[in-house]
Design a protein around this ligand. Structure first.
Ligand code: HEC
Ligand code: HEC
Ligand code: HEC
Ligand code: HEC
Length: 288
């Protein structure tokens, strides 16, 4: 595309080139989410990730999603990987913080992120591999797949240098996930999915979440601007948690998960939903 060798000799040609480059640059900002250019492209046609397959799969989505026969044990869309049980993780709880209020229920979408980021299984372990005849409910790796990069070992994520991508199964040193929003949840009124839109935050240290019925279910998010629920809002993941005896536990509640702060497809630094300038990510939720 940039191979205009003869044009490059004249001023007019240079102007044409600059305009073309500017158009491409502007277009790319406006038009694409751009997962292909990120560390979440593990396929063989990859430039951005230091850990990727040099042979095996050239697809991008298949490392996480499958159009058919996905894993319904985890509430991640069309998930193509086996996940560990929530009990495999040691979570941030009252055992590690004197001030934590929310109950933790590790049954949500964080398990999907952790299916690579806990380092326990190869990142090409899939339920439905590319092409015909690649199905294995328990998951299997790509035949002939070869990995490269210093922060993987046989395709399993490891840490090297200053990177901490591999969080392990001990999450006591990580921001809580699988945890009720609002420091112990919101007052829900009832356990149904559609009630209780006016629920208030139990803990005033949190900004009130926005909510709406979307597709017949109550959805919550922390608004960061713009109309309605957007990828750049802090997404809360609603479910009934089996959380013990307190009055809001066991009811339909918004939870904070990895993908509340991160969008795995964005080109933003460290996959954050919004830039963390002046700690905007933290202050979206925490009223500090
Ligand atoms: C590294 C893992 C990963 C890869 C690779 C990936 N996704 Fe996702 N995707 C996720 C997770 C996790 C979610 C749920 C996150 C959320 O709730 O926003 C998701 C959600 C989605 C959604 C629904 C929510 C939304 O943001 O629109 C769509 C559609 C989607 N992915 C499409 C794709 C496509 C198409 C590709 C390939 C070009 C792809 N994904 C690659 C992890 C991945
Ligand atoms: C999506 C909303 C959300 C965002 C964004 C968020 N937090 Fe939190 N944070 C929570 C929730 C919910 C808890 C659990 C609080 C509780 O239950 O007491 C929590 C807990 C914490 C705790 C532990 C509190 C304790 O009592 O032990 C700290 C510290 C913290 N967050 C800091 C941060 C920082 C720093 C950022 C930005 C990098 C951030 N949070 C972003 C929702 C959020
Ligand atoms: C298919 C495997 C896979 C899944 C699933 C996955 N990731 Fe990743 N992720 C990676 C790899 C590989 C890297 C790059 C690691 C490295 O280079 O050390 C990465 C890097 C990251 C980074 C660091 C990016 C940077 O620039 O430093 C973040 C943040 C991240 N992932 C968040 C998530 C979240 C959140 C989810 C779930 C919504 C998720 N990932 C799911 C494979 C995965
Ligand atoms: C409350 C918000 C929040 C939640 C929840 C959260 N993260 Fe992050 N994460 C961040 C922020 C902010 C950064 C950027 C930190 C920095 O700039 O050093 C980050 C950075 C990362 C990185 C890059 C670390 C590095 O320095 O290389 C990875 C990988 C990552 N997150 C994965 C996850 C996974 C997996 C989960 C769920 C288990 C998760 N995050 C949950 C806010 C969050």
């Amino acid at each position: 595309m940039f191979n205009h060798t003869r044009e490059g000799r004249s001023i007019a040609g240079l102007v044409v080139k600059l305009v073309a480059i500017a158009a491409i640059a502007l277009g790319s900002v406006a038009a694409q989410a751009g997962i292909a250019n990120t560390r979440h492209n593990l396929g063989a046609n990859n430039a951005a990730n230091e850990n990727y397959m040099t042979s095996g799969a050239t697809e991008i989505c298949v490392f996480c999603h499958t159009p058919h026969a996905s894993n319904t044990n985890v509430t991640a869309p069309l998930w193509n990987k086996p996940v560990q049980a929530g009990s495999a993780y040691t979570t941030y709880t009252t055992a590690t913080s004197a001030t934590i209020d929310g109950s933790v229920d590790m049954s949500g979408i964080s398990l999907a992120c952790l299916s690579c980021h806990d380092g326990t299984q190869a990142m090409d372990t899939m339920i439905n591999k590319p092409g015909s005849g690649g199905y294995n409910a328990a998951g299997s790796t790509i035949t002939g797949g070869v990995w490269t990069g210093t922060r993987q070992s046989s395709g399993q994520m490891t840490n090297a240098g200053e990177f901490i991508s591999m969080l392990g199964t001990d999450l006591t040193n990580d921001h809580p996930v699988g945890i009720q929003y609002c420091g112990g949840g919101i007052s829900t009124g009832s356990a149904t999915t559609t009630d209780a839109s006016t629920g208030t935050c139990r803990d005033a240290d949190f900004n009130a979440p926005t909510n709406a019925i979307i597709g017949g279910h109550r959805a919550w998010w922390v608004d960061t601007g713009g109309a309605g629920r957007q990828k750049t809002d802090m997404i809360l993941y609603a479910r009934v948690g089996a959380l013990g005896s307190d009055s809001e536990n066991g009811k339909y509640q918004p939870f904070v998960e990895c993908a509340s702060c991160h969008d795995p497809h964005t080109e933003n630094t460290t996959f954050l939903r919004i830039a963390n300038t002046n700690s905007a990510v933290c202050l979206a939720c925490h009223n500090k």
